[in-house]
Design a protein around this ligand. Structure first.
Ligand code: FAD
Length: 433
């Protein structure tokens, strides 16, 4: 029997080192990272990246033969909890989305030539990438309806379609594009993935879609969500990732671990908001006492602590199932943490913001930014409703209607059965009267 909640002392030492580096060197950069721009930020974090590499923590999501650590999901999850505290930290550790997920696909399905051309430069930070699946006119929550087509043309392919919300599309050197290769195939086998250089003729990055996060028009900034037209884009057979029809399978393999990392990063954000809420409660004085003495605020603090703990244990458990039994065994656990973790993040940030009143709503604190970030978490990587549906369907698979549709726990029925079964005992009791 092994049932252990402790972290290996050696790895805990690594986590402590990460925590210290992130708080001491990375948090201070947050206040000026937009002023620094992409190049300035790259310069600022270069020395930190060198330290991370020296420490053996660079691109830890990848197997050792690709320069990663092969740590497994539990350890990666614990790392992401620390990295999630800052939007910049993943860059310093070589596992910022979407490059991290894209490097996982390339590592998993890329040919040696594809790895040489795209994966290794991506890992070295010499290239940037985007993942281009969602379309404006088909539901991203049901990608079997994708319309972007890749048609066979000689010994290559021609891609036509429109995508949007391809994060980092406007600064990417290449895009991994999901396109329908066989419209007549069964849903999951209809699509394939292609590596498309952004400079290919016919790739037109129309705009970075303004969002809650960036409500103003901007183009070419880190973290933009691009709308992209693919018009008669010709690529060779060497652009195909995996086999024809493997698109959804690869996407699933990419998203499983990615969701664990997202959830742990969300906990890093929630923890930071929580600490701000607790700090505020100690000194803001209203109606005769500090906020810490108001029962509502106490409830927010206690509920947040309980919910974060629950989300953390659920997420680490999902990671453990993945490590010990594989991705498909962890499917329900991963769906559970996706919607539960997004809600915990949202609720904790919302309470922290409320505790700060107008200051929380202002851009003088990072809470309003965290709130916008939290809202998106309920949509990307599959909207919460789809994950709830997955969970409920899997659970319901274990149930069937009771005989004659009488509920199994129906008391009058159970009583009649029990009277019959235990008639000898009841008879003895009557005889003793
Ligand atoms: C910040 C951010 C970054 C993103 N980055 C990327 C990226 O890099 N690459 C990429 O390809 N995409 C990206 N996306 C897109 C994202 O994956 C999609 O938005 C998501 O899959 C949902 O698709 P949709 O927007 O088309 O919504 P729809 O599929 O139209 O769904 C709309 C709503 O319908 C409801 N709904 C759907 N299905 C069900 C159901 N079964 N039961 C009940 N209700 C349901 C849900 O409430 C859902 O929110 C990003 C999105 C965001 C917000």
């Amino acid at each position: 029997m092994s049932w252990d909640f402790s972290t290996d002392p050696d790895f805990q030492e690594q986590l402590d080192w990460m925590n210290e580096l992130v708080r001491r060197e990375i948090w201070p950069l947050e206040a000026i990272w937009h002023e620094l721009g992409i190049d300035g930020l790259a310069e600022a974090i270069a020395p930190l990246q060198a330290q991370v590499k020296e420490r053996g923590l660079w691109a830890a999501h990848l197997p050792p033969e690709l320069g990663g650590q092969g740590l497994g999901q539990v350890k990666l999850g614990l790392m992401h909890e620390i990295l999630g505290t800052s939007p910049i930290a993943p860059l310093a550790f070589g596992n910022a989305a979407p490059d991290s997920g894209n490097s996982e696909i390339l590592a998993m399905a890329g040919t040696p030539e594809q790895k040489d051309r795209w994966l290794y430069p991506l890992l070295a930070g010499d290239l940037r990438s985007a993942f281009s699946m969602t379309e404006p006119h088909t539901p991203g929550s049901d990608p079997t309806q994708l319309q972007t087509r890749a048609t066979r043309d000689g010994d290559g392919w021609v891609i036509d379609g429109k995508k949007w919300f391809s994060s980092n599309g406007s600064i990417a050197d290449f895009l991994i594009v999901m396109a329908v290769t066989d419209p007549d195939a069964r849903g999951p086998q209809r699509a394939s993935m292609f590596i498309v250089p952004r400079e290919s003729p016919g790739v037109d990055v129309l705009r970075d879609v303004p969002t809650m996060e960036h409500p103003w028009e901007q183009f070419g900034a880190y973290g933009g969500h691009s709308e992209i037209l693919y018009e008669n884009v010709r690529v060779g057979d060497d652009a195909l990732l995996g086999g024809v029809g493997d698109g959804f399978l690869l996407a699933q393999q990419r998203l499983g671990p990615g969701r664990i990392h997202h959830c742990m990063r969300w906990l890093g954000v929630a923890r930071r908001a929580f600490e701000m809420m607790c700090e505020r409660a100690t000194y803001r004085h209203a109606h005769g006492s500090v906020l810490a003495e108001k029962q509502t605020v106490q409830n927010w603090i206690a509920d947040s602590a309980a919910e974060m703990q629950a989300a953390r244990l659920m997420t680490l458990h999902a990671a453990w199932v993945m490590d010990t039994q594989g991705a498909s065994a962890a499917r329900v656990d991963i769906a559970l943490i996706k919607f539960y973790g997004a809600k915990v993040l949202h609720d904790v940030v919302d309470r922290a913001l409320q505790t700060h009143g107008s200051l929380g709503y202002s851009t003088d604190l990072p809470l309003e930014q965290m709130y916008r970030f939290a809202r998106a978490a309920r949509i990307y990587d599959g909207p919460d409703e789809v994950h709830r549906q997955t969970v409920a369907r899997r659970i319901l698979n274990g149930y069937s209607p009771p005989p004659n549709e009488v509920p199994s726990e129906h008391l009058p029925t159970r009583r009649a059965e029990a009277r019959e079964r235990f008639a000898h005992l009841l008879g003895a009791l009557t005889a003793n009267d």
